[in-house]
Write a protein that binds this ligand. Structure first.
Ligand SMILES: *Cc1c(COP(=O)(O)O)cnc(C)c1O
Length: 490
């Protein structure tokens, strides 16, 4: 399986690279990214053959179908990390919530959000590749809360990879901040920035584009890679759970083999949804992929109106902050797959220069054969959390956005799989407010209030954070980031 560039080739890079090369350096010509040249076809009997396969067996078969150039022993070691999820046999349980609504819970890993599903195995794969080549890599991440903890957790004490994680001081929840600042390993650096997430992200972009910073890294023999979902090494581990969820519905007797389902995905950078798209193209029986946005509704506008417009919008802070995104990186891979690289380059460069692009009518029609979308406001989300709790199911505000699309965009009476991307413990103040009506609680008070109301325990990994030693206490101005990183890399 080869990877090619979404915006075509500029003559300075290889036109085609392998899976491992795409993982090590995900950026391609003209600011594009690498995407698969073709997708494997699962074939007719794949689902039937894997009806009784456990998650790791299914994952091995999918990686084999992609013919990834990773040694089997590394793959096995990577997949063994799923053994540390709540249920070692099933890292992503699927729970029936209504007659035709099932929730696929992707948050049972160490940091209690769905980023672990892909980042856990990805950490092993990247570190092994770096070791085999005797190269040193630096991963830099700006986080609004979930990617940071998951990236730190997976690379902690791994060889040949160092991680620098920038977060907006005061811009994450207490739990998310504690998950980062209590991480204690020599290869990890966590830096708080005076400012908001956009400041952290633009500081990161400036560094990545800085010739002097890159020269200093080269001097130290350190290469840059990425752990966000532009890296296909994450996407491949995100298409598996869509296939797994379908198999779970079969095993639970909810559907018959071949019956179509809706996949209902809370979307930000579109990695989760892209995984569903690839699974569908590989042969998973999917009616449509429902895209749930919050008030930052660029994705739902694209899918409903064919217009991607960020010209007069700034990011709105919502109660589903992991979806507070305007430039959604993985949409590019959909454009590439549907419309080819010439058109993708044209649209993406237009987005850079004019902050807007518009699809043609036939392009929009094509997009709408696969996706349908809506957005959910914070108030609506709160109501869904409340109502669904009264029906006996506790969910987080990201998951709640899917209940809007479920209500408005499901035009056939088919089973729907809603993807739950975070445990209640990660966004507890919003949930506590929905359940008790009391707003403005700190994380710890909100956790206690929910635990009491729902008669459940606060998981130890969350509770222990509040008494753990803070080892990463740097909070600085944007201007001092480079100096701080060079000190860490000494
Ligand atoms: C990252 C994240 C999302 C968005 O997922 P994408 O793959 O970026 O679309 C949604 N919910 C939570 C809790 C997340 O951490």
């Amino acid at each position: 399986m080869n990877f090619i560039e979404t915006r075509g080739n500029d003559g300075t890079r290889p036109e085609r690279i392998s899976f491992s090369e795409a993982i090590l350096s995900p950026m391609s010509s003209f600011g594009g990214i690498y995407s698969p040249e073709s997708l494997p076809d699962l074939g007719n009997d794949f689902l039937e053959r894997h009806l009784n396969a456990d998650y790791k067996t299914l994952a091995r078969s999918i990686l084999a179908a992609f013919e990834v150039d990773i040694e089997q022993q590394v793959i096995d070691q990577a997949l063994d990390l799923y053994d540390h999820f709540d249920d070692p046999g099933n890292p992503a349980p699927v729970v029936k919530v209504k007659d035709d609504l099932y929730v696929s819970e992707l948050y049972h890993g160490p940091t209690r959000a769905f980023k672990d599903m892909a980042l856990q195995p990805f950490g092993v794969v990247l570190s092994s590749l770096a070791q085999a080549r005797n190269e040193e890599y630096l991963i830099m991440a700006a986080t609004s809360g979930d990617t940071g903890p998951a990236a730190l957790e997976t690379f902690k004490n791994r060889n040949n990879v160092r991680v620098v994680c920038l977060y907006p001081d005061g811009g994450t929840s207490d739990v998310q901040r504690l998950q980062m600042v209590t991480e204690d390993a020599d290869n990890l650096k966590v830096i708080g920035i005076h400012g908001d997430f956009d400041d952290a992200q633009s500081a990161l972009k400036m560094l990545l584009g800085s010739a002097s910073f890159n020269a200093r890294l080269t001097e130290k023999n350190i290469s840059l890679s990425a752990a966000n979902s532009v890296n296909f090494g994450r996407i491949i581990f995100q298409l598996m759970y869509h296939i797994h969820s379908y198999l779970e519905l079969l095993r639970q007797g909810a559907i018959k083999l071949g019956e179509k389902v809706y996949l209902d995905v809370p979307s930000g950078n579109f990695g989760n949804a892209l995984g569903g798209y690839y699974a569908m193209k590989m042969g998973l029986p999917v009616e449509k992929i429902l895209i749930a946005s919050n008030q930052n509704n660029v994705l739902s506008s694209l899918i409903n109106d064919g217009v991607y417009d960020i010209s007069d919008s700034s990011v709105i802070a919502t109660t589903s902050p992991a979806m507070d995104i305007l430039k959604s990186s993985n949409v590019e891979r959909i454009l590439f797959d549907l419309f080819g690289r010439e058109r993708t380059k044209e649209l993406m460069l237009q987005l850079d220069s004019e902050k807007r692009y518009k699809l043609t009518e036939s392009e929009l029609a094509q997009l709408q054969t696969i996706f349908s979308a809506d957005f959910c406001t914070d108030e609506e989300g709160k109501k869904y959390i409340q109502d669904t709790f009264n029906d006996g199911y506790l969910m987080d505000p990201h998951t709640a956005t899917c209940f809007k699309t479920y209500q408005t965009r499901r035009h056939k009476p088919l089973k729907t799989i809603v993807y739950s991307t975070a445990e209640w413990t990660k966004f507890s103040p919003t949930i506590a407010e929905a359940l008790t009506g009391k707003s403005g609680s700190s994380d710890i008070d909100a956790l206690k209030a929910i635990a009491e109301k729902a008669n459940i325990k606060i998981p130890a990994v969350i509770n222990d954070l509040f008494s753990k030693k803070i080892t990463q206490d740097v909070v600085i101005d944007k201007a001092d980031i480079e100096k701080e990183i060079m000190r860490f890399l000494k």
